[in-house]
Structure formats: structure tokens, C-alpha cells
Design a protein around this ligand. Sequence first.
Ligand code: ADP
Length: 476
Amino acid sequence: MKERSLRFRMMVLFCLIVGGFLLGTCAIIYSIFARELRVQFDRRLNEAGVPMVEDLAANPPDQDVFRLDLPDEYLELLDPSGQPLNMSKNWREHPIDVGPLSFTDGKPVFRTVRGAVGPMRVELIPFVLVNRPVVLAIAGPTRDVDAVLGNFRKVLIVLVPLGLLLMGAISAWYVGRSLSPITELTRQAAQLAQSISSPSSAEIEAPRLATASHDELGRLATTFNELFASVIAVLRQLRQFVSDASHELRTPLSVLQGETELLLSDRREPQEYQKALTVIHGQLRHLSRIVEGLFTLSVADAGQLKIANDPLYINEVLEEACEIAVPLGRAKGIRIEQDLEQDVALIGDESFLRDLFLVFLENAVKYSPPNSRIQVSLSRGNGFVSVQFADQGIGIAAEHLPHIFERFYRAAGTDSAEARSGGLGLAIAQAIVKAHKGTIEVQTSPGHGSVFTVILPLAAEGVSTPLGRPARIAAR
Ligand code: ADP
């Protein structure tokens, strides 16, 4: 069976509940009203009958009351067996069968009977007339009461369906209005899913739902807006990453292709082979560095970067990194000056930390002019260690600064052959620092230089292992 919409089901439920209440309320009001009318009618009969009984009892021979011809007031005097003793004119003309006479404790009884002129309400009052038990029957037609109740029923018959119709219309409007954000959400989500899955070069815009209300639906819309924005951001990053990675890989691959095609096109001299193989080797190293970097980042993204928790002296790791970087700097006449506090113990991964320091040292060399100076300093703070790399290089323009930790991001003017080290250095540095629960700060002045500061939490006081001081590892 076809599933009905939520809107329809909510509307039906709403109508059923409200309709049930409406019907119940009308039924209760009707029965209270009908009962009250009957009670009042009975009271009127009693108020007319009781004085007549008193009058008859006080003055037995005088039975003038039966000569009264009051409209809608029928009178009869009966003996206990039901035999009529006297009656009014209208009773004689339209006889009424009052049924068997039976009383409890001599109290009057009321009953509704069918008379010649329609339904009649009868009060039977037992009393004693000259030592003889008799019954006075006083009756009146109930047509006025029935007419009032009939009119009331007619009003209800019109009002209840009208009320239900009105309820249906209001609930349809209200439910529709309440569910419209969900309908809009479904539409936007479907549109987003379609634009994500359909290959298009156009930029995908994050949908925005109206968040005017502060109720559950408003909060749902806000949450979905955030979700849409993050999906789009991740998608953009992914697209950018794929395009940057292919761009980054294309250059070394075309160099490799060019060199090998050149070698294969003809017989070459050994020196030419030597030269081409040197180029090929360089490009292969470059490629493997990118692939390794990507692998490290993907492992870090998955939260799987295995960081050793070894006690080490960070000043020694930093010294090793500087030793590796010194020849790079020397090729450009750049001096690396060190001002390192000694015996700074830290729990961390020696190999990753050395790679981390090399990223900053290599960048400082790459982005500094020849014959400049790089200052490396290490100082211990309260519970942390701060490692600083200050260069006199080109600096980073403000608009690039927020992006330099992104994968393959290059500030304009640094896309030179020299700068082509993979574009992943700072992204990897950030992943390593994050895994060590530290932070990186950058201060830069375009044209004057940059200062990268790595802040790492210090090892607890007196940390050492049974192995004692960590062994120095071979420079790479
Ligand atoms: P790569 O150096 O391979 O391009 P990185 O991730 O190491 O990749 O650096 C990203 C960008 O940050 C660089 O392209 C460069 O524009 C900028 N950058 C990093 N370090 C420095 C620095 N010391 N001086 C100036 N610019 C820098």
C-alpha cells in the first residue's frame, strides 16, 4: 500500500484527536442540557400538581380543578387499581395510558408516555382522599422540550462537521508550515547530492536553509547549514588536492619521460647517460618524497600516525637537523647560527622531530637570499619547550599566511624550481607537531624574513629511561 505523506498522517491524527474531543464535548453538553430541561419540566409539573392535591385533600367534595381546561395541563384522578375517578376535559378528549401504578414509600413518580397528541410527561402523585388512597395524574406534552433539543441537535449536526472541516484546514496549514523547513532541507540535500555526483567543473555552492526560528527546526537548519558547509569545504579541498597533486606529479614525470625518450632515441656517450641518470635520480627522489609525504599525511588524517614516546634530548635532535641543513645553506652562502639550551628532555619521536626541524631549516634556506643568516634557538619555558627558526628571507604576504599549512599551497613568487620540494613540508610539520600535542606560530614580515616557532609540551620533570640518554641517530 502506498505510504501516505507525513503531512497527511499528522493532519489525520490531528483531526481525529480534535474531532474526538469535539464530539465528546458536544455529547456531554447535549446530555447535560437535555437532563436539565427534563428536570425543569418535572419541577413545573410538580409545582402545579402539589397544590391541587392539597386542595383536593382539604376540600374533598370540591373537585373544580377537573373543570379547569388549561392548555397543556392534563389531569386525572385514579384509584390504586388504575380506574379513573375524575378527569379534565382535555384528558377525556385525548386519553393517556399512564401504565401500572406502583410507588415506593408513597413518593410521586414521573414517566414519559405516548399520548394521543404525542409524547407526554406524567407525574403520578399518591395521596389519601377521605380515607381512601387515590392517585392524581398530571401530564403535559413534551413537544417544546423536544423542539428545543431537536434544534440544539440540528445546530450540533451543522457545527461539528464544520468544526472538523475547519480543524482539518487549520491542521493542514499548520502541519505544512511546520514541515516546510524539512521539505526545503530534503530539496536542498537532494540538489547537493546531485551536484556532487554529477561531474561538472562549476563550483558547488553550499546550500543555505533559513534559520529564522529558534525552535528545534531552526536548530536543525543551523546544523544542516554547518554540515553542508563542511561537506562543500571537504569536497573543495579534495578537488583542490587532486588537482594540486596531479600538477605536482606531472612535472617530474614529464622530465623523466623526456630524459628516458632522449636516452632511447639514439646511442649516447657514457657522460650523457651519466648526466641523464643524475636528472632521473633527482626527479625520482623528488617523486618519492611527495609520495612519502602524502602517505604520512593520509596516516595522520586517519589518526594513525605512530609517534614513539621515547625520552630524548631535543637539543640533540635539533643539532642533528642543523648538521644536515648546514651543507644546504653553505651552497647559498647562508649561515646557520644555533643558540640551544642544553639537556632539554622531552617525550617524543626522534625521527619525526628531526624531519619536523628539517622542514623549517630547508624552507629557511630555500626562501632566503644568498649570504643571509638563519638563527635557530631552543629555550625551555614553564612546562613547554620553544624552538625558533628565524630567517632573513622573502617573508610571507598576509593573504598567503592562512594557507601555508595547506597541502601543495605555495605563496605567489615561491613557485620556482628551487622551491619545488613537494609543497607538503608545512602540512607534514603541522601533523607531526599536532601528534606531539604542540603548536606552530609564524611571524613574518614580507621582504625581511620569517620566524617559525614550534612549541612542544615538555617531558615531566626528571624523565629518563633505563637506557639513559637517547642514542644519537645517524644523520640522513
Ligand atoms: P614548499 O616549501 O615545498 O612549497 P611548504 O609546505 O614547506 O612547501 O611551504 C608552503 C609555502 O609556505 C611555501 O611554498 C612558501 O610560499 C611558504 N613558506 C614556508 N616557509 C617559508 C619561509 N621560511 N619563508 C618564506 N615563505 C615560506
